[in-house]
Design a protein around this ligand. Structure first.
Ligand SMILES: [Zn+2]
Length: 346
């Protein structure tokens, strides 16, 4: 899957923004060289695409490095495995390092299953090749099924020495409190647009690309990079945003994936709702005279044309409806019906 590939390109990369977390983890890893960590669990909490997985992989790379202190040396056996892993762009950590295991929701599945957690626990309990740490990363852990969360909790309650578990999560309230209370929570925040601008410029983006995508990403560096690198993804985004901003009747499946149904359809619907919410928020900002704060600056002409068709009150009402819509979809209501209902009420 495209998006997955993009995210993984940052593997072994450096965290953009959230320097308080980068520093904390570097110190932790440096300290671990003289006084090894016994067993710790972390929750990396924050919006999607803000760098949680990048930070988790960087921390893992630093802990597993055979010579480094607060950062990976880049040349030992372990570090070389990481750089080869980054080249391959594989989505399974275990593919490139025997002491790192990476799991997330499998494609088309609603949850992270208990089987996946059992397999992870089994791998973490094997002794390490190099007598180093065993590290498990669970991506978007709010998707753990109830049984999976319970199985994980047992492991957290009876930790094995040298086992480090990192959960990334965008909605910590969806994790059982028992898990939250067993882990150290690090809170990631959206990154300032000028930091993302510099990052994109450093990766070869033109000025206007760096400006548009840093704004469009809403503080999420990995998303900004995705817009820059993946033209198809950008087109899809723009198509969905225009469906909302154009005066025609609202096209309820602008990216053509919602009709596929199942988890894929639900994920696509949530994505479209998020895009519409962003566009509605921008229209509110323009009405309030804060046009300089809009995220969809790349669509400034469309926003300008659309603005008179809406009053701020109607936009705020719509934003509430969109919030409800995403809750319905998460609660298994047919995405197509939910979006048609929105279209009818416009
Ligand atoms: Zn190294």
């Amino acid at each position: 899957m495209d998006l997955e590939k993009r995210k993984n390109e940052t593997r072994g990369g450096v965290l953009i923004g959230n320097s308080h977390i980068g520093l904390f983890l570097a110190k932790k890893a440096a300290g671990a060289k003289s006084a090894p960590l016994l067993s710790e669990s972390f929750i990396f909490s924050g919006p999607e695409d803000v760098g949680k997985v990048t930070a988790a992989l960087r921390f893992a790379e630093t802990l597993l490095c055979e010579t480094g202190g607060g950062e990976p040396c880049g040349s030992c056996h372990s570090c070389k495995k990481f750089s080869r892993g980054a080249e391959k762009g594989s989505s399974e950590g275990a593919d490139f390092h025997s002491d790192l295991h990476f799991i997330g929701r499998q494609e088309g599945k609603k949850n992270i299953s208990i089987e996946q957690i059992r397999e992870l626990i089994r791998k973490l309990s094997l002794s390490s090749f190099l007598n180093s740490y065993k590290i498990g990363i669970i991506k978007e852990a709010e998707n753990l099924s109830e049984e999976a969360a319970n199985a994980l909790l047992k492991t957290l309650e009876e930790p094995r020495p040298g086992v480090i578990i990192i959960l990334t999560v965008s909605d910590p309230d969806r994790l059982p409190k028992t898990i939250l209370s067993r882990a150290q929570i690090l809170q990631f925040r959206p990154v300032k647009a000028d930091i993302i601008y510099d990052y994109l410029a450093g990766r070869g983006a033109s000025r206007s690309e760096a400006k548009n995508f840093s704004r469009l990403s809403g503080g999420r560096p990995a998303l900004a990079f995705k817009f820059f690198e993946d033209k198809e993804y950008l087109e899809k985004y723009l198509r969905a945003a225009r469906a909302f901003l154009e005066p025609e009747p609202l096209e309820t499946d602008p990216i053509g994936s919602i009709g596929k149904g199942g988890q894929e359809g639900a994920d696509a619907a949530l994505e479209v709702i998020e895009i519409w919410r962003k566009a509605a928020r921008d229209l509110v900002l323009i009405h309030l005279g804060n046009g300089d704060l809009v995220q969809n600056e790349i669509l400034d002409k469309e926003l300008e044309r659309a603005k008179d068709g809406w009053t701020p009150a109607r936009l705020l009402g719509l934003m509430e409806d969109l919030d409800k819509a995403s809750l319905y979809i998460k609660g298994n209501v047919q995405p197509r019906l939910v979006l048609e209902r929105i279209a009818l009420n416009l």
